[in-house]
Design a protein around this ligand. Structure first.
Ligand SMILES: NC(=O)c1ccc[n+]([C@@H]2O[C@H](COP(=O)([O-])OP(=O)(O)OC[C@H]3O[C@@H](n4cnc5c(N)ncnc54)[C@H](OP(=O)(O)O)[C@@H]3O)[C@@H](O)[C@H]2O)c1
Length: 268
């Protein structure tokens, strides 16, 4: 059965660009209230204007916040609670990557990535899940990655953060099964967005172009899976078929492939 989003309040992190902005556009067709979160407030306001113009009944709330700042994130959730905004759909999407051999990466960027992709996403779950369980209803979408499904040389810490998101989502899907709260892990393959520029991976993704999908398709498939209460979705048929095969490959063979890829990176 598909989740009825009418009158629901959805909070989308990373709504100023890429996949998050497209997820906001999809949710805006049905939800009652949409809370848009990211650092670039001008982008969020432009999106809010666009969405409100397309559907005047929709209430759009903009919250500019750096999600790495725990105190600011906590204050944002407190403010929403004080204003009577009850979030029952959480889209944990904000995140970024970093490319490079581990020893060559910058600690500051690595720490920020861990803080955003892992700690901030977990913090928001920790703040919002108890209320959902108490009310007996809620939906969570955590944006992980196919990069978290196998060892990805050159994307070490990023892929490990996404393995965390993928696995925590599966655990919570099981733990919350009888509470009325669903949890869906979205595991995209390559989606051209600002992600590649931020991660330094532009032109370096080994996946052929045929595996790329756009952010709008990724968002449609992600929201469809969340509404169905699916544990996981890998958007895009080609990536999905490939990853199902990769998951069947014995781990020692995946490690050998990873070593070959790593040797190539080291020779560059
Ligand atoms: N694109 C891909 O190929 C791909 C593949 C697999 C998984 N993913 C995952 O999909 C998610 C969305 O990525 P994307 O491709 O849409 O990337 P994107 O276009 O770079 O968007 C990232 C979003 O995260 C927000 N963000 C970054 N740092 C933030 C911070 N400190 N506080 C608050 N918001 C922050 C950005 O907004 P501001 O800069 O305005 O704060 C932006 O809205 C990420 O979790 C990514 O790991 C992407």
């Amino acid at each position: 059965m598909s989740l009825d989003l009418t009158a629901r309040t959805a909070l989308v992190t990373g709504a100023s660009a890429g996949i998050g902005r497209e997820i906001a556009r999809v949710l805006a067709r049905d939800v009652g209230t949409l809370v848009l979160v990211a650092r670039r407030e001008d982008r969020l306001r432009d999106l809010a204007d666009e969405l409100a113009a397309a559907r005047p009944a929709l209430r759009v709330i903009v919250r500019a916040a750096d999600l790495i700042d725990r105190a600011a994130t906590g204050a944002m959730v407190d403010d929403l609670e004080r204003e009577g905004v009850v979030v029952d759909v959480l889209v944990n999407n904000a995140g970024f990557g970093d490319q490079g051999l581990f020893e060559a990466t910058d600690w500051g960027k690595t720490e920020r990535m861990l803080e955003l992709n892992v700690v901030s996403a977990t913090f928001l779950l920790h703040r919002l899940v108890p209320g959902m369980v108490a009310r007996g209803r809620g939906a969570i979408m955590n944006v992980g990655s196919t990069a978290g499904m196998f060892p990805s040389p050159g994307l070490g810490v990023y892929s490990a953060t996404k393995a965390y998101v993928n696995l925590l989502s599966e655990v919570l899907h099981a733990e919350l099964a009888d509470t009325g709260v669903t949890v869906t892990a979205v595991c995209p393959g390559p989606v051209p967005t600002e992600f590649q520029e931020v991660a330094g991976t532009t032109g370096k993704n080994p996946m052929p172009k045929a595996f790329h999908i756009d952010a709008a398709q990724c968002a449609e498939e992600a929201v469809r899976a969340m509404r169905a209460g699916d544990a996981r979705v890998i958007p895009g048929a080609a990536v999905r078929a490939t990853m199902v095969s990769v998951e069947a490959v014995p781990r020692p063979i995946l490690r050998l492939v990873a070593r070959t890829m790593a040797r190539r990176l080291r020779r560059r």
